[in-house]
Write a protein that binds this ligand. Structure first.
Ligand SMILES: [Ca+2]
Length: 422
């Protein structure tokens, strides 16, 4: 359970980004400034005073957007700063969990047996949800298990406090404002009650950890009791997750990912973002690790090839449904965790090839140094932010190729030291 919480802090950040970030609705603000006497907080105010000032501004802006004044005041005026949200928002975690640790803990024995028990417990509800949304019960149960250990760890933070804190100051002000408006929508419609609004420090709520915009746009009242209870009703929570996934483009009957083996001397420049049909991958020598052949229909599916542990780790073809699950949480490790756990729940085999578990990975500061060094050497990473994305991996591959190494875009301490010594 601890491990989930640790990764939660980084993957919730990703979850926050999963709703399309609309441009801030800048409309009412300028008129407001002239209409209201206070324009800018005076210099030298304490944090508490500035927070009260922010409340006034937000309440005015919300009323200008036609939210009911009584509702807005009753929700915003009692808000408190959440010190943890303020602190976490400002600090980048120094180490990210290696993908293999993440996947191992996602599909731990305890989580697998817990998931099987839960699937039995809510079997009738899963029948209804599967028939309606055509998302497999194992995938929904895996999300439930990874997000909150099947509803055991829901988070005890007051959501209004957390989101008000974001909206007040820091690097997620727009996000905080958007989410507060979504909460006001939810309260105004009566879908949720104020006292239900508790969750993770970053604003995700309920058994499947929905941020308010996702909650507002996709949550479902499966049992029809008038309340979208994602906190205590597995039916409402799992149907909401199914609805979100289904409307994100889930393709019934298609896989999420399949483990594959690659021929010797394989050119890794096609990993990450190149999309090809399974038939085209087969022509390059990519084969299921199981030794079985692809079905005729599978040959026409489009897939990407990933090697998250490099050439010495397992490789996978990922399908459209992999990208759909990334909308739930934009992290390769997360989606791999969902896939491996849901396979285990369906009694399918786990990952066959081993990971390079002995490798020491890079810290956040190492990653920034890596990006700077690659850029200095002429392999641009498109910026130095300590996050290794497609641009950085492309740069790593180019540097590897230029140095006669396997260009798999994977970096660990030994290779990092070699690069830094150049
Ligand atoms: Ca309900």
């Amino acid at each position: 359970m601890k491990t989930v919480l640790l990764v939660t802090s980084s993957f919730l950040l990703a979850a926050c980004a999963n709703t399309p970030v609309a441009e801030a609705e800048a409309g009412p603000q300028p008129q407001l400034r002239s209409a209201v006497v206070i324009a800018e907080p005076a210099a030298g105010l304490s944090q508490a005073e500035r927070f009260e000032f922010w409340k006034g501004q937000f309440i005015n802006a919300a009323i200008a957007k036609n939210y009911a004044p009584d509702l807005v005041r009753s929700v915003i005026l009692p808000a408190n700063i959440n010190p943890l949200a303020l602190e976490r928002d400002a600090n980048q975690p120094e180490f990210t969990k290696p993908v293999w640790s993440y996947v191992d803990s996602a599909a731990s024995d305890a989580r697998i047996s817990g998931g099987r028990n839960k699937m039995t417990e809510v079997d009738p509800v899963l029948d209804i949800i599967e028939a309606r949304y055509r998302v497999p019960r194992e995938v929904l149960t895996a999300i439930w298990g990874l997000e909150t250990s099947y509803g055991r760890i829901l988070g005890k933070h007051d959501i209004i406090d957390s989101l008000s804190t974001f909206a007040f100051e820091g690097r997620r002000q727009k996000f905080g404002e958007q989410q507060l408006y979504a909460l006001l929508d939810l309260l105004a419609s009566g879908d949720v009650r104020r006292e239900q609004l508790t969750g993770a420090w970053a604003g995700a709520m309920g058994m499947t950890q929905f941020i308010p915009t996702t909650f507002r746009d996709y949550a479902v009242d499966l049992d029809g009791n008038g309340n979208k209870d994602l906190w205590t009703q597995p039916g409402d929570a799992l149907a909401s997750a199914a609805n979100y996934i289904s409307r994100s483009g889930w393709r019934a009957g298609e896989p999420v990912m399949t483990e594959v083996k690659l021929p010797a001397g394989f050119d890794y420049s096609v990993t990450d973002s190149t999309k090809k049909t399974v038939n085209a991958w087969t022509a390059l020598g990519v084969q299921p690790v199981s030794g079985r052949r692809w079905s005729a229909e599978a040959g026409f599916l489009e897939a990407k090839l990933i090697a998250p542990g490099g050439a010495r780790g397992p490789k996978f073809l990922t399908f459209k449904n992999f990208d759909v699950l990334k909308r739930y949480n934009n992290s390769t490790s997360y989606v791999m965790g969902i896939s491996v756990l849901s396979d285990a729940l369906a009694r399918k085999p786990g990952i066959q090839q081993d990971w390079p578990r002995g490798d020491e990975l890079l810290s956040f500061e190492n990653k920034k140094a890596l990006q700077q060094k690659l850029t200095d050497l002429g392999f641009s990473t498109g910026g130095v932010d300590g996050r290794i994305g497609p641009n950085s991996r492309r740069a790593i591959r180019a540097w590897q190729a230029a140095n006669g190494l396997t260009a798999d875009g994977y970096m660990e301490q030994r290779l990092f030291k070699r690069l830094m010594s150049q």
